[in-house]
Design a binder for this molecule. Structure first.
Ligand code: SAH
Length: 224
């Protein structure tokens, strides 16, 4: 799977993909993440990517030509399944969307800044708009990193223990069960006996019950 992320601040995206699971996925060749500097596609000497909003008002708006040039170049090189714009007014990212995207081939992600991007970029090029929650950040880079992380860890072969993604919160509309590790007794705070029993089916049953209980208490909406 390949992600092409178009950003005016590519430096913001260096670290998130250079560690841990995302780094391993790229080393294994399962995911390719390429960040493009929007400014490289800006016409003129100024390399400007934004301009004043028509109709007046505060904040700058990102212009069409650099995004159009970058998207068109990418599309001339390969087919894309989605062109995603990270935006607070998009559909809110959840595990279902992450699962859907994890079976795609090539995805372009656009990161906005300032007041946002010219509406016509959205109308002409964008196939899907995704928000990471009901709050506003200063740019689309952190949301893009969140989206790529959520998707890449679901691609088969990325996590060393493949079943571990399946038991995570929101897969099967359940929150995850509580987890414990050594020591079994910390200053009198003990690990539940069942986890020390070695009885795998019973442990599985306990985890399922805990997951249901936790979901009932914290996110009853998931059980509806
Ligand atoms: N004026 C816009 C916000 C612009 S914030 C509005 O009110 O909707 C600048 C950029 O940051 C956005 O274009 C988007 O790419 C990104 N961004 C900010 N918050 C986001 C969120 N919750 N989810 C996804 N992207 C977000």
């Amino acid at each position: 799977m390949r992600f092409d992320i178009i950003s005016v601040l590519p430096g913001l995206l260096e670290s998130p993909f250079a560690h841990s699971i995302l780094q391993r996925a790229q080393k294994k060749g399962i995911a390719e993440i390429v960040v493009h500097n929007l400014r490289d596609y800006a016409p003129g000497k100024q390399k400007s990517v934004d301009d004043y909003p028509y109709g007046g008002g505060s904040g700058m708006v990102m212009t069409i030509p650099p995004f159009a040039a970058c998207i068109e170049k990418l599309k001339s090189e390969r087919e894309y399944d989605e062109v995603i714009f990270m935006s607070p007014d998009g559909e809110t990212l959840n595990q279902r969307i992450a699962n859907q995207l994890s079976i795609k081939g090539n995805i372009i992600i656009l990161c906005g800044h300032y007041k946002g991007i010219d509406q016509r970029i959205r109308d002409i090029f964008v196939t899907r708009e995704i928000s990471i929650g009901d709050y506003v950040l200063s740019g689309g880079e952190l949301p893009a990193a969140v989206l790529v992380d959520a998707v890449v860890r679901l691609i088969p072969g990325v996590l060393s223990d493949e079943t571990s993604a399946l038991s995570d919160s929101f897969q099967n509309d359940l929150l995850d069960a509580p987890v414990y590790t050594r020591p079994a007794d910390w200053n009198g705070h003990k690990v539940p006996d069942i986890l020390l029993s070695g009885d795998t089916p019973k442990v599985e049953q306990w985890r399922f019950e805990q997951a249901v209980e936790r979901t009932k208490q914290r996110r009853p909406d998931l059980l509806e």
